[in-house]
Write a protein that binds this ligand. Sequence first.
Ligand code: 76B
Ligand code: MG
Length: 214
Amino acid sequence: TQSTRPQRLLHAVQKNATRGDPRSVVKAIDNFCRQKEWAMNVGDEKGCILDSVVSEVNPVTVLELGTYCGYSTVRIASLLPPRAKIITLEFNPDYAKIARQVIAWAGLEDKIQVVEGPSGEWIPKMKEQFGVKTFDLVFLDHWKDRYLPDTKLLEDCGLLRKGTILLADNVICPGTPDYLEYVRNSPRYKSQYFKSHLEYTKAEDGLEKSVFLG
Ligand SMILES: Cc1cc(-c2n[nH]c(CCNC(=O)c3cc(-c4ccc(F)cc4)cc(O)c3O)n2)ccn1
Ligand SMILES: [Mg+2]
């Protein structure tokens, strides 16, 4: 039977990356997506902006919304201090299966928990299920129409603290206009736009970094 794109991406990792070497996993995925098939990873250009924000925040507890094949999960986890953890939510079970294998190839399974299911259902369970108090960093990279409702849900569930950083992918392409309007106009956030390009293309896209002011 025909393989899927995530399966072909995983095979490219297993063929070209070194086990236990997260940076080689990231490079193998970027090469596959640039030379063979486009895929919706944050990519290397926006990935460097992600790296700089993660290094600046030095988070202990990270929430990622939208795992896909685990590219940004591996990118973030490779920069975290030893006892830091990432919880990453993925809606599609086939993507989650691939992501777990990419994460294992990078040797980062101890830092990462892949959770399957819709963000709207899992966010209210974070405290009781995973013993989370508040998140230091939230990377929004899931369904674009869920960025705003899920940000409000995170606020209402007390999962954000003064200084929590929200970093949102795709705020231009595919675009998240209602989310942008909210974080740029709400007195509870200080926002900054990092102009870049849609992964592996010349189309404009960017990341929006927003600090929750409490
Ligand atoms: C827990 C939970 C998780 C999810 C969830 N899990 N996985 C995702 C993936 C979402 N990501 C995207 O759709 C996406 C799309 C594009 C794109 C596509 C086509 C184009 F032409 C141009 C750009 C580019 C990107 O960078 C993207 O990130 N959502 C959903 C709900 N609840
Ligand atoms: Mg994205």
